[in-house]
Ligand binder design. Sequence first.
Ligand code: TPP
Length: 631
Amino acid sequence: MGFLENISSPDDLKKLTYNQLEELSEEIRQEMIDVVSVNGGHLASNLGVVELTIALHRVFNSPQDKIIWDVGHQSYVHKLLTNRRQQFKSLRQFGGLAGFPKREESVHDSFNTGHSSTSISAALGFAKARDIKGEKHEVVAVIGDGAMSAGMAYEALNHAGSSDSNLIVVLNDNEMFISPHVGAMSSYLNKIRTAPGYEKRKEGLKNFLTNIPAIGSSVAKAAEKAKDGLKYFLMPGMVFEELGFTYLGPINGHDIPILEQALNQAKQKKGPVLIHVVTCKGQGYEPAKQSSDIFHGVGPFNKETGEIIKKNAPPTYTQVFGKTICEMAERDDSIVAVTAAMGSGTGLSKFGKLFPQRFFDVGIAEQHAVTFAAALAFGGLKPVVSMYSTFYQRAYDQVLHDICLQNAPVVLAVDRAGVVGEDGPTHHGIFDISFFRTIPNLTLMAPKDENELRHMIYSAFSYQQPVAVRYPRSAGLGVEMDNKMQLIEKGKAELLRDGKDLTLIGFGPVVYRCLQAAEKLKTMGIDAAVINLRFVNPLDEHLIISLAKKTGKIVTVEDHILNGGAGSAVLEVLQSKGLTDIIVERIGYKHYVEHGSTAVLHQVYGINSEQIVETALKLAGRDKREGLASG
Ligand SMILES: Cc1ncc(C[n+]2csc(CCOP(=O)(O)OP(=O)(O)O)c2C)c(N)n1
């Protein structure tokens, strides 16, 4: 009989022997491979934390003790051990278990995560609340070496290190972010990791230093100084020690007894403790171990061979962006690309290979990436920053303050705009129009298809000012691609179809759904115009107003939250021109959107031609002066 099926709470783990735990680890890995090979998900990171998660749940008492998973993509093992095994097959599916910790899913998920490097801040918050309320429980943050590259993590270390609150940070060091690690902190961790006999040397050094005799005060002072210097160079984790943490490690993160020993030791210490745990991403499944970048976030695959199941689909928007930027960079050697630990995700891998001197992966550091790019531009280069829509949320101030207020000519490629599917609400890119649209001189555009994306990227560089181009995660529409890149006039929308009864305005690939709806409406005797908006800033006021006056009714469609989105921009222009009798219906999201495939989410929330037709019919049945704009 298997062990996993008998684990209904972390307490059940505490009854098992180490040999049984080894078997349990195997079963957990198998279960994750079985489910992720069908549903897709973050496999490699989870395979790497099986023993660590078991040890954490044996040493600590969740949910009284709080365990906070940074990013949260590695929380599958935790889910399996906290009474969610029965639902595990529904992982990441609409209505099923989330791929990240969710307070609303389990009492064992103490803090929701998705964006990286929040765990130490959250842990310190729990620790302070505990201290103020006089409670007694442990707080543990589990953070990867990748997440440790972000500014937030250092802000929190800085705060926690000067506080006397008990708090444990487990640094899960697997030498990988999504791609191989970057940055000076990673090199530092690498030095600690690879120095032979570190543990022994550390102890020996400590004894040696404490035994230096004090011979006269000046000698003693010199010895003290030398001690500090030596410690600095020879003791592992000195950086953390200097920040006020007790450093333990590095230890083998696949050895449960050793992990337990370190965690128990940390529990005995006063103040903040950092345990440096070394793990292997993809441990226990060779394909994931060999290609942990591909198996970081993976779609369905053949679990026997590890082969990814390929779909016969047109190139993705990301691929088209990557190809276009490489072509442009070949012709113009002032083009440089910046990404924040998402080189492959944003289609820049090839750029990095072709132009290594002009490619900057700055780690999980979105704020730095943006400010850095502003200065690259003032230094005479032509930077493109490529990040996911959801991660630009981290860098809003830098976009506004460092790029736009100074009018730095930086192109912001906004990948994964719109709902992204199974990763869910922390990752959906449904806020960027609202927050970018507020910035007066930031040109904001979205292509209707992958061919237009190519022209927009080209055009963005020609405007010589801040520009953001948003495009979705999906495959393109399979349209014919122009070889020659074309300049799109800034602020010019495209009238794809004229009509007299109603105007459908789409922003992004939803434009094609507007065209489908217009065809259907035609069969019902309604003559709908279709506008490909292209720009939300500057808006093509002339075209919008002339069609508004002509048809009297407008439906706007966007893969975005309604608050402050493209539809709001249309409403604002109508209001500013006194056209308040035009009836406007906006299609978009009204609230946070849960996880599920993009197709299902679009269906559920009406980002499709059926909903457009239905809305248009509703409007057609109304008198022009009857309604107010509504959403
Ligand atoms: C703010 C932010 N930027 C980017 C990401 C995308 N992302 C998810 S996991 C990850 C790498 C994390 O590396 P690490 O913390 O070492 O965890 P590992 O997967 O290696 O266990 C990145 C860049 C994110 N979740 N949040």
